[in-house]
Structure formats: C-alpha cells, structure tokens
Design a protein around this ligand. Structure first.
Ligand code: AMP
Ligand code: MG
Length: 343
C-alpha cells in the first residue's frame, strides 16, 4: 500500500498534521521534515512502534535513536537530571540542530537506546516537526529518512522510492534547511564531547566558555572492538552505490589538478564548488555551491544524483575541517568509506 502524501510545500495549515499525529498515537510511522534532514518517526515510548522504524530502515538494533521533543516538560519525563552545562546548551541552542545525551529514566524503552542507560534528545526548530510532536502528545523517535547505509533524505523525491509504503504518511515540505544531521554531544566532567559534528559547531560551543573535546573517531576509521561513545560510528553510512573518492588540499589549484588527474580515461562524476566548475575537463559535474551552508544543504541529494550517472567513480572536492566544514567532511569521509586523499 502506498503512503498517504501531504504536500506542505506551500501549506501552513497545521490542522493537516492532526491525521499523521493520530497515526503516531496508533503506533504507526510518519515521514516528516526537520530543519536538519527528513526523519522517520514513531512514538518513542511505544516499543512496537519503534521496532517498525528499525525494520523500515534495516537499521542495526544497537544503533540508538534520537527522541524529538516539543516542550521542556517532555525532557523531564525522559531524563534523570539536566546538568548545568546541558542547561546552558539548551538555553542557547534549543530549539535547533543539537542533540544532547542524558541518563535516561525507566520510561524510555531499551529499544530506542540500543540497551544503553542514556538517551539522545533534541528539540527541533522546524515548526512542522514540533507541531507533529505536540499533536501526537509524545516524544517522537526519528532517525534520518533513508535505508541504513544510504545518504540521508533531504528531499522527498530522493527517498520516496525506498520508503513509500513503509510509512503511513509522508509530509513533504520541500528541501530541508540545513541538510546534514544534528550535532550529537555528551557532557562529561564539564567537557562537551562531540560525538557527531553538525550545524552547531565546536566553535559555537566554545564561544559559551565551555570546553569541547572532538572525538577522534569522527574523522578516523572505526577499528573492530574499539570502545565507542556513539554506536552509529561503527556503521557504513551516507554511501552511494558507485565508488567515491574525496580529495582535499588547502591549495585549491592542487585539489583541482589532482581531480583532473584521477579522472583521466575514466567515466567520472565530479562534485565541486561553483567557483571550480569551469576548471574541470569532465562532462559530468555537479555543483555543490560555494559556502559551507550551501554545500551542507546540497551534499546528500548530490551524492544520490551522482549515483544515477552509473559512472566508474565519483570524485568529490573536500573542504577545510573547521566550523561546519568538520560536519561536512565527517559525512563525506564516510560516504567515501575513508577513501580520502589530502594533499
Ligand atoms: P540518526 O538517527 O541517523 O540521526 O543517528 C543518531 C545518532 O545518534 C547515531 O550516530 C547514534 O549512535 C547517536 N546516538 C543516539 N543515542 C545515543 C546514545 N544514547 N549515546 C550515544 N550516541 C547516541
Ligand atoms: Mg542516519
């Protein structure tokens, strides 16, 4: 059966969210937008409903989900304690693209935490997401809308084929604002540990005079058996079917030269900045934009588009790993399965 489709592209009538909210209450799945990426949502407190998310995505059961809330009362319902640093982060970044890990209360089912004693919580800024949560009257567990391992969904057209029929409703509001998933952090002994980089950058947090530690695993390769702070790190993610290589140099000309070299005698697609489009003697070029904001917004949809060329190789320009660039490089390095050349 096909999913019911709600077009919210030009619609501001939140009444239309009442039917999908009812579906959430009944333990069904709803695909909805957030400011970061689209999510597949279910009532976070209903074990059977959450199970359906793992099945729809083909997601490993030890990879925990983020519970999305609309009000601070929901936070109190789910977590043991909100520390001083967490309070400061909430005051500054909620609602918004920051996920915070807390010690969980018993009410939170093990299925959403992958058996951990902690739970990841975020209050999204997207109005549709918040109204849906409010009308559902429960926290909504929602991972990115994509089959596990594939690039996350930032545009309904990209994911409809893989998810149609697996959810009760699809709420389509067009392209999302940010385009990469939330920053995930955990506070330990007053230090913010970045478990997944995102739009809220280490620099944004440091500006509040809070010390920040960037976990090495964000850019490194996970080694079997290694202790991990965020289970998602273990798994393949964001990958097109075509082999990808990421190339970066602080010297733009060197980067372009290397990509031109690698493309010789091959059928390639290049993902590049607007300013470099003319510098490639390659026919398949996809424009990522110039600013980090544009690149983050475009990256997942372009990785999917690049796949449609059925090329031998996708070559991708990297960016400097600072600010939002750290989050972009984290996604791209993983999309390329660590096939990364830095000159
Ligand atoms: P996604 O649902 O695709 O946005 O991914 C959620 C991310 O949050 C994954 O990388 C998880 O590993 C991470 N995460 C969720 N819950 C926890 C938790 N309790 N502790 C550490 N990381 C978590
Ligand atoms: Mg995901």
């Amino acid at each position: 059966m096909k999913s019911k489709y709600i077009n919210f592209k030009k619609n501001n009538n939140f009444e239309e969210l009442k039917a999908p909210a009812e579906a959430i209450k009944q333990g069904k799945l709803v695909l909805f937008p957030t400011e970061t990426v689209y999510g597949i949502g279910a009532n976070a407190l209903n074990e059977e409903a959450v199970k359906k998310i793992y099945i729809a995505k083909g997601r490993a059961s030890d990879n925990p989900l983020i519970a999305h809330i609309s009000h601070m009362e929901m936070l109190e319902q789910l977590v043991e304690k909100v520390g001083k640093v967490e309070k400061t982060l909430i005051e500054n970044f909620w609602p918004g693209p920051l996920t915070i890990i807390f010690k969980k209360k018993k009410i939170v089912p093990d299925i959403i935490t992958g058996g951990l004693d902690t739970v990841a919580i975020r209050m999204p800024s997207n109005q549709i997401a918040r109204k849906l949560i409010e009308y559902s009257n429960c926290p909504i567990a929602a991972p990115s809308a994509n089959i596990s391992g594939k690039p996350s969904g930032t545009l309904v057209e990209d994911i409809i084929e893989e998810l149609d029929g697996k959810v009760e409703y699809i709420i389509d509001s067009g392209k999302v604002d940010i385009g990469i998933e939330s920053t995930v952090i955990r506070v330990q002994d007053g230090v913010v540990h970045i478990l997944r980089p995102g739009k809220i950058t280490p620099e944004d947090i440091q500006a509040l005079k809070i010390p920040v530690h960037i976990e090495k695993q964000i850019l490194g390769k996970y080694k079997e058996g290694e202790k991990i702070l965020s289970p998602g790190i273990k798994y393949k993610h964001y990958s097109p079917n075509t082999k990808c290589v990421l190339i970066y140099s602080k010297d733009n000309d060197k980067m372009v030269q290397k990509i031109n070299e690698l493309s010789q005698n091959k059928n390639v697609v290049v993902l590049c900045k607007t300013k470099n489009l003319e510098k490639y003697n390659i026919s398949n070029k996809l424009n990522m934009g110039n600013s980090l904001e544009e690149i983050s917004k475009n990256i997942f949809t372009l990785l999917r588009k690049a796949d449609t060329y059925k090329a031998d190789l996708i070559l991708i320009e990297g960016v400097e790993k600072i600010g939002l660039g750290l989050a972009i490089m984290n996604r791209l390095i993983r999309a390329c399965a660590h096939d990364y050349i830095e000159i």
